[in-house]
Design a protein around this ligand. Structure first.
Ligand SMILES: CC(C)(COP(=O)(O)OP(=O)(O)OC[C@H]1O[C@@H](n2cnc3c(N)ncnc32)[C@H](O)[C@@H]1OP(=O)(O)O)[C@@H](O)C(=O)NCCC(=O)NCCS
Length: 210
């Protein structure tokens, strides 16, 4: 179907309360993609997603009245940190540059609503690492992310949660990436995310074998 779709027919915008009707569909898209990738995912309920939408903390991509992409933000540690999470693009709409547009809008929303907060993302996805590094996120250890218990409790629904627990929350299969508004932007090359992923995999392999 991607061949017939023009990217400029798709609107990427801040979610409005009327988009809450898509909450269940968003959860299904996220869950089905996680099953397909065979990776873990912090499962969210339709109510949780709906609250993000009505609370002005989400971005939607719409093709007419079909929801084709989504992401949301949440603040942690009393507003010191903001996580950008739940990025999903409908499988029929991938490779059109939609994730890049959604990520851009989500980053803009996070900066607008929480201008002094550090922005972070935890992910196993190479495309997401690539996009994050373009916005100036740097790979960090989990100790540099929020210590808000509530955030980490969100990982309990993930199939890899035992790994996180076993490592005393110091590392898991996700890579943590952080944008600090006080830091000058790092100089990234096209190979940065690949080097980062390999380093991370090696580190985890060595650590998890212990
Ligand atoms: C990851 C995902 C959001 C990418 O969506 P998309 O709209 O197809 O991505 P884009 O077209 O904007 O591509 C963004 C970049 O990632 C790259 N990319 C996209 N899919 C890729 C893949 N499967 N493997 C490697 N690179 C990929 C693109 O080439 C592009 O890089 P470039 O700008 O250097 O060309 C989508 O595949 C998805 O929803 N996956 C399932 C959910 C998921 O993994 N979410 C992230 C959880 S944290």
């Amino acid at each position: 179907m991607t061949d017939n779709i023009k990217a400029d027919e798709i609107v990427v915008e801040y979610a409005q309360p009327e988009h809450a009707k898509y909450a269940e569909h968003i959860c299904d898209l996220i869950y089905e993609s996680a099953l397909q990738r065979g990776t873990g995912i912090a499962r969210r309920s339709p109510e949780y997603i709906s609250n993000k939408i009505t609370g002005g903390k989400a971005v939607v991509a719409l093709h007419g009245d079909r929801l084709v992409g989504f992401s949301y933000i949440e603040c942690w540690g009393h507003g010191d940190y903001v996580a950008t999470s739940g990025l999903i693009v409908d499988p029929e709409y991938r490779h059109l540059g939609l994730a890049a547009r959604i990520k851009g809008k989500t980053f803009e929303l996070a900066r607008l609503r929480f201008p002094f907060a550090k922005i972070f993302s935890i992910t196993t996805s190479l495309p997401v690492m690539k996009l994050n590094s373009r916005f100036g996120y740097k790979p960090v250890t989990f100790s540099e992310l929020t210590d808000d218990e509530e955030f980490w409790r969100g990982c309990e629904g993930c199939v890899n949660y035992d790994i996180l627990k076993r490592n005393n929350r110091r590392m898991c299969l996700c890579t943590g990436m952080l944008y600090d508004p006080k830091q000058p932007l790092p100089h990234n090359t096209a190979s940065t995310p690949y080097i980062m992923m390999m380093k991370n995999k090696l580190k985890k392999l060595l650590h998890l074998k212990k």
